[in-house]
Design a protein around this ligand. Structure first.
Ligand code: ADP
Length: 352
């Protein structure tokens, strides 16, 4: 509807230009009204420039609209009560299209979120089932074997029937059952830690002291692995308002991961940098290990995602949750064998 009106208006303007220019030209050529003819040609020229200006206004609006769509501009709004009737209609049409596109994008985003959430749950269930079954199945089968040493189908064996070898095998079997049970307890413990993460209790503390303590704690392991370690603090003292125990847990996770990534690498280097900006405090833990492929950089924060044979996949998801509970963000940028950098960004001022 809007475009028909616009076409009619443009068509009328073109017809008017042709008529005025034709009359002017006729007046000049026939010599009957030369001055009027010249005036008519000027009017025609003015009408042409007005038409060009008029079309340019629309072109600019359409360009603005397309640019805004391309830049994902969410605050886009065209005034619907100023300009000519066609402009108002054009603006209303743009706003309608933009609203529809924004709604569609939001729905797509929600769908993606649900899909990721479902995948997380699915992965969680698979990991739980796998871990529990892996620990329980050998316990059940080994207990059956041990029982068969002491029991026949009908009755319990007498002490004379039990040999030293049977006792040794039983002790070995019980040891295995014990360690399987312990590893299941350990797994459940780490799961519980994840599921019942306590609310942070922020207090001011010295970040420098915390980092130096962590350095002392990890120095022997790093030396053994021949990893070079550097701590770039930029400032002699930095006070942080956070839950010290939780922040230390995050840093230990990041250091542990960096050290594991550098295992077997000769020129291993881990660097911790602290940068205090106006609104943010950044702590970066960087290593020069094999890095994280770009298609896994989102997955590594999903609970129970691990690429390690004996990993739990809890460290990073737990760390991100802790940092977020402090009003911050934990992110990663990785370039294989150059820089894998985890950044903890915390608000400079306490929340609330
Ligand atoms: P886990 O260490 O038990 O696997 P995390 O949640 O701490 O669990 O880590 C998840 C995954 O992220 C790891 O299995 C590993 O693939 C990847 N990752 C974490 N840190 C690094 C790092 N510094 N370099 C390379 N990969 C890493």
């Amino acid at each position: 509807m809007f475009s028909i009106r616009l076409y009619i208006r443009i068509l009328l303007q073109v017809v008017a230009i042709v008529v005025v220019a034709g009359l002017g030209a006729a007046g000049i050529v026939t010599g009957r009204a030369v001055i009027l003819g010249i005036v008519a040609l000027f009017i025609a020229a003015w009408m042409i420039s007005y038409l060009v200006y008029y079309l340019n206004v629309y072109n600019r609006r359409i360009q603005l609209f397309l640019d805004a769509i391309e830049d994902n501009e969410s605050m886009l709004y065209f005034p619907e009560n100023i300009g000519s009737r066609e402009q108002r209609r054009l603006h209303a049409a743009f706003n309608r299209i933009h609203k529809l596109m924004t709604e569609n994008k939001r729905k797509e985003f929600d769908r993606e979120l649900h899909r990721k959430e479902y995948e997380s749950w699915d992965r969680l269930m698979r990991v739980l089932t796998h871990e529990i079954m892996n620990s329980i199945a050998p316990i059940v089968s080994l207990s059956g074997t041990l029982l068969s040493y002491f029991r026949t189908k009908e009755s319990v064996k007498s002490s004379e029937e039990i040999t030293d070898t049977t006792i040794r095998k039983t002790v070995r079997g019980l040891d295995t059952i014990k360690s399987q049970g312990e590893s299941l307890i350990h797994f459940t413990e780490s799961y519980r830690q994840f599921a019942h993460l306590k609310k942070p209790e922020p207090k001011p503390f010295s970040l420098i002291r915390l980092l130096q303590n962590l350095q002392t704690l990890h120095q022997p392991d790093m030396q053994r692995q021949q990893i070079r370690f550097s701590l770039d603090l930029f400032q002699p003292e930095i006070t942080v308002y956070a839950d010290e125990e939780q922040l230390s847990q995050v840093l230990i996770n990041l250091l542990k991961n960096a050290m594991q990534a550098l295992e077997g690498q000769e020129d291993g280097h881990i660097r911790i940098q602290v940068k205090q900006q106006k609104n943010e405090l950044e702590i970066r833990v960087t290593d020069n290990g094999p890095g994280i492929p770009s298609d896994l950089q989102d997955d590594i924060f999903v609970p129970f995602f691990t690429t390690k044979a004996t990993g739990s996949g809890i460290g990073l998801s737990l760390s991100r949750q802790i940092v977020r509970m402090h009003g911050g963000e934990l992110s990663v940028v990785s370039q294989p064998y150059a820089e894998t950098c985890f950044t903890i960004a915390l608000p400079a001022k306490p929340r609330g």
